[in-house]
Design a protein around this ligand. Structure first.
Ligand code: 3NM
Length: 225
């Protein structure tokens, strides 16, 4: 069993939260058809943050789709983050941007986006997490938790890796990679403030129910021994 219980940590929570807060269900878009409709259904279930990740689409398509998604987020009160593309984030007036390890600096993103925007950074180990914190990220992504078909995974710290960094990192930690309604409880119990998911929600026949189930896991006693 992981020995850093989320429930215990919440009692003494001194996590430095950004506003709007990054926590709960953090949905990332996929490349499949009918994206906006599937996201709309998912948001009904209870998503806190949507990250628009569209690596293979043209700038025009991203701009158009991004506008629709941002509108949806506004209606549902969901934080809207753009993956990688600072220019697109600025054009869409997104709430923030999420940067990978190779996507340029946090300071540069802040300068380009202006004040009040969220900047998140993908990390895979303690050194990267500490560096992101030092550079002024608002939250870190941390993964992968489990194997996944959604991305080629080069690092898999898993829940034990998450548990090991948790007490060294003050920022909200968004766990990612292979998270489903069946294993999210372990991830939350290991200290995740949010669970980032693609397939377990957007490939589900009922994205609303999948999102709602994940959301509920943040508010219940973990059944794992
Ligand atoms: N980043 P799914 S894993 C986009 O480990 C991404 O940094 C990861 O998709 C990382 O929820 C991942 O379908 C894919 O497993 C997450």
């Amino acid at each position: 069993m992981d020995d850093c219980s989320k429930r215990f940590r919440l009692v003494i929570n001194n996590t430095a939260q950004v506003f709007p807060p990054v926590g709960g269900v953090y949905l990332i878009t996929d490349q499949d058809d009918n994206l906006v409709e599937r996201v709309r259904i998912a948001l009904r279930g209870g998503v806190a943050v949507l990250q628009y990740r569209a690596k293979e689409k043209s700038h025009e398509t991203r701009l158009e789709e991004g506008r629709e998604l941002k509108q949806l987020c506004k209606r549902f009160g969901v934080t809207f983050i753009v993956n990688d593309d600072i220019r697109l984030a600025r054009e869409l007036d997104a709430d923030g941007v999420h940067l990978g390890q190779d996507d340029g600096g946090i300071a540069e993103a802040r300068e380009l986006l202006g004040p009040g925007k969220i900047v998140g950074k993908s990390t895979h180990n303690l050194d990267e997490a500490l560096q992101a914190e030092q550079e002024g990220a608002d939250y870190i992504g941390f993964g992968a938790m489990y194997p996944t078909d959604s991305k080629v995974i080069t690092h898999m710290p898993g829940t034990s890796g998450l548990c090991a960094i948790r007490d060294r990192i003050k920022l909200p930690v968004v766990a990612i990679g292979g998270i489903t309604t069946s294993n999210a409880c372990r991830v939350i119990d290991a200290g995740a403030d949010a669970v980032a998911v693609i397939s377990s929600v957007l490939s589900s026949p009922r994205p609303d129910i999948a999102a709602a189930e994940l959301k509920l896991l943040f508010n219940r006693t973990c059944p794992y021994p």
